[in-house]
Design a protein around this ligand. Structure first.
Ligand code: BJW
Ligand code: ZN
Length: 249
């Protein structure tokens, strides 16, 4: 069902805790390509073929080159009105958290204060062997080695088959389990365990609203889906929520 903003706004008016789960779609308007669908390819490779430990073991140079390309692209982009609307939302409700699958830092750059990174951050690096964080320079094509163990350095992101950071998934579950409104923005909802987080909010009787260009496997459990671009829909609805709050005060 296409969303009816007055119901969502009423829920937001009464909410104590609001949680937002974001995916690549929220950063699309900033110029960051999504993983799946049109524009989800890099030199004929699908992200699923590169974002794995086995891809790194097979051809570390190729994976490293992909990450250098993405880092360079991400370092040049800016948050868009969708990210900014979520900062506004945080200012309007007593408790708000953004749980993101994105590694691009755009929520933090836009000013969101409570951001839970499920899949790491593309700007950080760590050792592939010992896991120690690496602070050195990483711009060149030559992959640096760990000063501790000599292992190859890799981005501090979560690849397929790897566990998510324990503290991040624990915190995400806690927030989802106690929120009143749960928003799902720009994710295809197929990558686990992130895709299961809305189900926790559903079980806790939260109101679920999705923002996406199309329906997803999560749509079925949502109270409503707002079809359209997140950088337009979020500012529209959160702007109306702000006006309604102001009229009451
Ligand atoms: C717009 C828009 C606009 C566009 N406005 N909307 C259970 C069942 C089956 C499989 C599994 C399972 N549990 C685990 C698995 C395996 C696997 C998995 O989920 N596989 C499935 C794909 C089948 N999961 C894992 O391996 C995870 N690890 C794990 O479970 O470990 C267990 C373990 C425990 C103990 C020891 C060892 C292991 C890890 C998953 C890691 C995912 N990593 C990536 C790469 C991150 C690094 C990087 O950036 O390079 O994360 S993959 C990629 O997908 C990235 C994303 O965060 C993630 C999700 O993608 P997202 O954000 O949804 O983007 P898209 O492109 O898919 O969708 C964009 C959406 O936006 C679309 O819907 C558009 O319509 C929409 N959109 N423009 C609004 N303007
Ligand atoms: Zn090391």
């Amino acid at each position: 069902m296409n969303g009816n903003s007055s119901e969502l706004i009423s829920r937001l008016m009464n909410a104590r805790s609001v949680v937002v789960l974001t995916g690549a779609g929220i950063s699309a308007a900033s110029g960051v390509p999504t993983f799946r669908g049109e524009g989800g390819l890099w030199k004929n490779y699908r992200p699923e073929e590169l974002a794995t430990p086995s891809a790194f073991l097979r051809d570390a140079g190729l994976v490293w080159e992909w990450y250098l390309w993405r880092r360079d692209l991400i370092s040049q982009v800016k948050p868009n009105p969708g990210h900014q609307a979520l900062v506004e939302l945080e200012n309007l409700v007593p408790d708000c958290a953004v749980i993101t699958q994105n590694v691009d830092n755009l929520h933090q750059d836009s000013g969101s204060r409570k951001v839970i990174e499920l899949h790491g951050n593309i700007m950080r690096n760590k050792c592939f062997e010992c896991g120690k964080m690496y602070q050195g320079e990483v711009k060149s094509d030559a992959i640096p080695h760990c000063p501790e163990c000599g292992g190859l350095i890799r981005p501090d992101v979560v690849w397929f088959g790897e566990p998510l950071p324990e503290h991040a998934i624990r915190e995400a579950h806690q927030y989802a389990g106690k929120c009143d409104v749960f928003l799902i923005v720009g994710t295809s909802g197929i990558v686990e365990p992130a895709a299961s987080i809305p189900f926790i909010a559903r079980s806790a009787n939260a109101y679920l609203a999705e923002f996406n260009l199309n329906s997803t496997p999560i749509s079925e459990i949502c109270d409503e889906t707002f079809f359209g671009e997140a950088d337009k829909k979020l500012p529209e609805i959160i702007g109306d929520f702000k006006k309604r709050k102001r009229n009451l005060s």
